[in-house]
Design a protein around this ligand. Structure first.
Ligand code: ACO
Length: 324
């Protein structure tokens, strides 16, 4: 028997305010047509004034608990992937713990920017396999609207706010790729590329939160190569190939990156969950949001082989293969 981290529940939350591309036309030199054709984005959600990352995370967590038919006292650990925490500390995860009314178990944040949810999933899997936790609530939650330079048309049109959550539970499998649960992961980073994508503030530098800076075109080129590569590596570790994939659930940054990655993996777009048109790039929240929406749409079903992949600031990138 092999222990597996199996998905028991999934949920998401999007702030009420929907911002269509047209709203940016009045602010910067851009157009709905440019944004749609270069990114696939049509609209995104922005958090209300005073609405924080932990607020979004708590709502997504509650939806996942409801989906799993669980109460929070059944959760041993909470991991939140975020780059836009409410405070420098404490972690968003401990605020989620308190917000859900739990005083047991442990909670912490993971910061790997847009790859954060993949890194958090791999961490949760490690904890379940080592026996440190039986049920882990893994959340991706972001308020990127708080770190935008509203005068920079090359970045401010790309991002949105939101949160998604997944509950993983230790269950015994047979040790084959037919098992439900996380089957493999592949994580990478290369800090030499810091200047391609970063936020120009921080505690030990400017003492301010800063705003996002991105050399989009360079990140794009890294993304197209590295995402297919990491997905193949993770599939290989699980003894599987692209042909076995039911759903690619990619980080939702740009429809052209999503399409190019699927092409490189030789997976048809009919097997890719796409939400970028409605959410924009929600960084660490984008994959759990897409998993939740994909399940709600009836795309992802129990037993399906799902490959998630993401790249972001660092650069940091990776992939997790799981059977839903
Ligand atoms: N409206 C109109 N024109 C624009 C806009 C805009 N909003 N933004 C850029 N342009 C212009 C540029 O100024 C440039 O004009 P020029 O040719 O006169 O200089 C032209 O459009 C082309 O710019 P590129 O940057 O080459 O455009 P590209 O096709 O690469 O698209 C984009 C830009 C959408 C940012 C793309 O490169 C991308 O998606 N990159 C990857 C983003 C990503 O995946 N990031 C990682 C995750 S994010 C994270 O970790 C936080």
């Amino acid at each position: 028997m092999t222990m597996r981290a199996v998905v028991r529940g999934v949920g998401h939350y999007l702030p009420e305010r929907v911002v269509p591309n047209a709203e940016f036309e009045a602010k910067v030199d851009t157009s709905d047509e440019w944004i749609r054709s270069r990114t696939g984005i049509e609209r995104r959600h922005f958090a209300a004034e005073g609405q924080t990352t932990s607020d979004l995370a708590i709502r997504a967590a509650q939806a996942a608990l409801t989906d799993a038919g669980m109460t929070v006292d059944q959760i041993d650990a909470i991991i939140v992937a975020t780059s836009t925490p409410d405070f420098t500390f404490p972690s968003v995860a401990t605020m989620v713990q308190a917000g859900l009314g739990s005083t047991s178990g442990f909670a912490f944040d993971v910061q790997a920017v847009c790859a954060g949810f993949v890194f958090a999933l791999a961490n949760a899997n490690g904890m379940i396999l080592s026996g440190q936790a039986n049920r882990v609530l893994v959340i991706g939650a972001e308020t990127f609207s708080r770190i935008m330079d509203w005068n920079d048309r090359t970045t401010c049109v790309l991002f949105g706010d939101g949160a998604g959550a997944l509950i993983l539970e230790a269950q015994e499998g047979n040790g084959t790729s037919a098992d439900r649960g996380i089957l493999s992961s592949d994580l990478n980073s290369d800090g030499r590329h810091r200047d391609l994508l970063y936020v120009d503030g921080g505690v030990s530098t400017t003492g301010t939160a800063g705003v996002l800076k991105m050399q989009g075109n360079s990140v794009f080129k890294h993304a197209v190569v590295k995402l297919a590569e990491t997905a193949h590596k993770a599939l290989d570790k699980a003894g599987l190939t692209s042909q076995d994939v039911d759903w690619i659930v990619p980080h939702q940054a740009n429809l052209r990156i999503i399409t190019a990655t699927a092409e490189r993996m030789q997976v048809s777009m009919d097997h890719v969950v796409v939400t970028v048109q409605d959410h924009g790039n929600t960084s660490a929240a984008s994959i759990p949001l897409a998993l939740s929406v994909g399940k709600a749409r009836g795309q992802i079903k129990q037993g399906d082989l799902v490959v998630t992949e993401a790249i972001g600031g660092g650069l940091a990138w990776g992939s997790v293969v799981l059977r839903w």
